[in-house]
Design a protein around this ligand. Structure first.
Ligand code: NI
Length: 172
């Protein structure tokens, strides 16, 4: 089932999400819903706070090439355990800030530890787009958005545009 995505500004997007204690069927269903919502958008990542659920859960799939096998990842309580000194710059967007993009500098490679949907501990290193995406999604669990990395002036401008789009959508 698709879930509505919160649009910035929204106080729920600024909150710190709570750790997941144990992975219930309800949470597994939620992760399925999040993947469906993400693919439909379409997007390459989605964090639970973006659908108003303040729990530490993200989903992502950065396989974008036509004909390549999708790789949906579901991460409960994801944690960055190592980050490279080397950085990379990507033009980022966010399903909660439609039509707005900005270049963000982040570590080029990160090692992430998480619990999968069966409750097994996983650890993997990510680079390129995957590294950027997983960091962006984990930021959401801290109430942090990609616009928090740009200048205050640029952030205000993006926020005004997002607010306007949100009002237009609410009007229908
Ligand atoms: Ni986002």
């Amino acid at each position: 089932m698709k879930r509505p995505i919160l649009i910035h500004p929204d106080p729920r997007l600024k909150k710190v999400a709570a750790p997941v204690e144990d992975i219930s069927d309800e949470l597994r269903k939620l992760s399925d819903d999040m993947l469906e919502t993400m693919y439909d958008a379409p997007g390459i990542g989605l964090a639970a706070p973006q659908i108003g659920i303040l729990q530490r859960l993200i989903v992502l799939d950065c396989v974008k090439e036509e004909g390549e096998t999708p790789r949906p990842l579901v991460m409960f309580n994801p944690e960055i355990v190592a980050a490279s000194d080397e950085t990379s710059v990507y033009e980022e967007g966010c399903l909660s800030i439609p039509e707005q993009y900005a270049e963000v500098t982040r570590p080029a490679e990160v090692t992430v530890r998480w619990m999968d949907r069966d409750g097994n501990a996983q650890e993997e290193s990510f680079d390129k787009l995957w590294a950027t995406c997983v960091q962006h999604e984990i930021d959401h669990l801290e109430g942090k958005l990609f616009i928090d990395y740009v200048s205050p002036m640029r952030r205000q401008m993006i926020t005004r545009k997002s607010q306007k789009l949100k009002r237009e959508r609410a009007r229908g």
